[in-house]
Design a protein around this ligand. Structure first.
Ligand code: ARG
Length: 511
């Protein structure tokens, strides 16, 4: 439609423009649902023809016009308040007045709701597929590092030795739940609101199941007022993405810290430098991954605050809700791919990790466990090892009193010298707390083994623990879960592709 013309089919002369014209329009933002609107239009027109609501000849002309509109692309659309109005205008431009029959028994309200769901399905599947790639990267790195011992932290303080594989698997488990949440959100998005019309249904004999089928939806959203109004499916998918982004942010933070400590070298491809300090190699990509949780949280918040308190049924606020979801999905999918690349290309420094794995007397819990296994109540063993930790610090001559943390006894490298000090301190503590020598309770060799970070990690073979066998079991389970999820994503994608093929076949009957 020419510049300055009266506008679109919806606005007519009465609402021809004015200062709010741009403000009202979602045409640019609707680029994302251009293909969706064409599909929705086709399914609707095929159904109208099948139901005898529109003649086959007119249906054919409208469907041919839609093909032509598609060929021109979103950029060639005439002016319009939104993509729905612009496409309808374009069809009428081609077909003449009868082109307006396309909008029989529908409203832009059920139309836009259907378009958003249609497009969201693709985006959610892309996001789920991105999580699969990320999980694959985590698992293959884990397979290579089941024996690579590293310090594990709580409160960012050395806590217990673990392995790199155990750390990686911990994130894979979390991301697997993110995949699951996305697929759950997919199920509820995959329902068709089409045929709800403005909100109050239609006197035409529409077949809602048929349009749902032609669009590859699993079912229909039954209540027409609910169908045209609700955006809970958008919120659900966006929340799942925010959850995923939050998982990612934790992994990114860990890697930033690990890179800082020299535990891991990030590939140059996932690092950046400084414009002034030439020697710098910074983990910028991971910092941006970490920050993406902020984008996703703002997407959820934007949706919640836009949707809160909206009365039934359709309100134009809904137009501003949708972009929050698109922005979130784009930001999060990009971050997932970057995180996957960073993990796949990271180089773990096994020697450094082994040297620091015992820092902060992190094997202390294992020694207490050992004593408890030999019959001492765990609480008594805990007390005895705590006294030993203090004595070891004193023996290493730091400050003469009680240093505030285990770290202080190890110097800047964090490495804990295996010089017998810990064993001697345990012996002293045994006398103090238990009133007798340590070897009355447990052999020295067993204590020395418990003090060894690698043996310590290897001893914790409970299900889900860091011992290599336990991790091997976890990896096998994770691989099975990954395959099942990949099958689920493939099945949904082929259901959509099949529906698109079937729709094309139906359309061809008329054009
Ligand atoms: N573009 C609108 C949206 O995104 C759909 C238009 C429905 N407009 C209306 N006035 N009922 O929600």
């Amino acid at each position: 439609m020419a510049e300055g013309d009266s506008g679109d089919v919806v606005r007519r002369d009465r609402f021809s423009g004015g200062p709010a014209r741009e403000f009202l329009s979602s045409l640019d933002a609707d680029r994302r649902i251009f293909d969706a609107d064409l599909a929705v239009g086709r399914a609707h027109v095929v159904m109208l023809a099948e139901q005898g609501i529109v003649g086959d000849g007119t249906a054919g002309e409208i469907l041919a016009a839609l093909d032509d509109v598609e060929a021109g692309g979103h950029g060639a659309l005439p002016e319009g308040e939104d993509v729905h109005a612009a496409i309808e205008t374009a069809v009428i431009d081609r077909v003449g007045e009868d082109g307006g029959k396309m909008h029989t028994a529908r409203s832009r309200n059920d139309e836009v709701a259907t378009c958003i769901r249609y497009r969201l399905r693709e985006d959610v599947l892309d996001a789920a597929a991105a999580t699969l790639g990320f999980r694959e990267a985590l698992l293959s790195a884990a397979e290579a590092h089941t024996e690579t011992v590293m310090p594990g932290f709580t409160h960012l303080q050395p806590a217990q030795p673990t392995t790199v594989a155990h750390w990686l698997c911990s994130y894979e488990s979390a991301v697997a739940r993110d995949t699951e949440r996305l697929l759950d959100a997919y199920d509820r998005a995959n329902r068709s609101p089409l045929g709800a019309a403005a909100f109050a249904g239609t006197p035409f004999d529409v077949d809602r199941e048929r349009t749902a089928e032609l669009l590859g939806f699993e079912s229909v959203v039954e209540n027409s007022m609910d169908a045209s109004s609700t955006r809970d499916f958008l919120l659900e998918a966006t929340s799942a993405l925010a959850n995923l982004a939050t998982t990612l942010s934790g992994l990114a933070e860990d890697l930033v810290v690990f890179a800082n400590k020299g535990y891991v070298d990030l590939s140059d491809d996932y690092s950046s430098t400084s414009s002034i300090m030439p020697q710098k190699k910074n983990p910028d990509t991971l910092e941006l991954v970490r920050a993406t949780a902020g984008d996703a949280a703002s997407g959820v918040n934007g949706l919640l605050t836009t949707l809160k308190g909206l009365p039934r049924a359709y309100n134009r606020d809904l137009q501003r809700a949708t972009p929050h979801a698109w922005e979130t999905v784009d930001a999060v999918v990009e971050a997932v791919d970057v995180a996957a690349g960073a993990v796949a290309t990271a180089d773990w420094n096994g020697d450094t990790l082994a040297a620091v794995a015992g820092e902060g007397f992190s094997t202390a819990t294992g020694v207490a466990d050992l004593l408890a296994m030999h019959g001492l109540p765990f609480r008594t063993a805990h007390e005895m090892v705590a006294v030993a930790a203090e004595r070891a610090e004193q023996r290493r001559g730091r400050s003469g009193t009680s240093p505030p943390s285990g770290d202080a006894a190890e110097g800047s490298s964090g490495q804990r010298p295996r010089d017998g000090t810990d064993y001697e301190a345990l012996g002293a503590a045994a006398h103090e707390v238990l009133g007798g020598p340590l070897d009355e309770y447990v052999d020295r060799a067993d204590v020395e083994a418990a003090l060894d970070p690698a043996e310590s990690a290897a001893s914790r073979d409970s299900a889900g623990g860091p011992a290599a066998d336990a991790v091997a079991d976890a990896l096998a389970d994770a691989e099975r879960g990954l395959d099942a999820d990949a099958d689920a994503v493939d099945a949904e994608r082929s259901a959509l592709a099949d529906a698109a093929d079937a729709r094309r076949t139906e359309v061809t009957e008329y054009v």
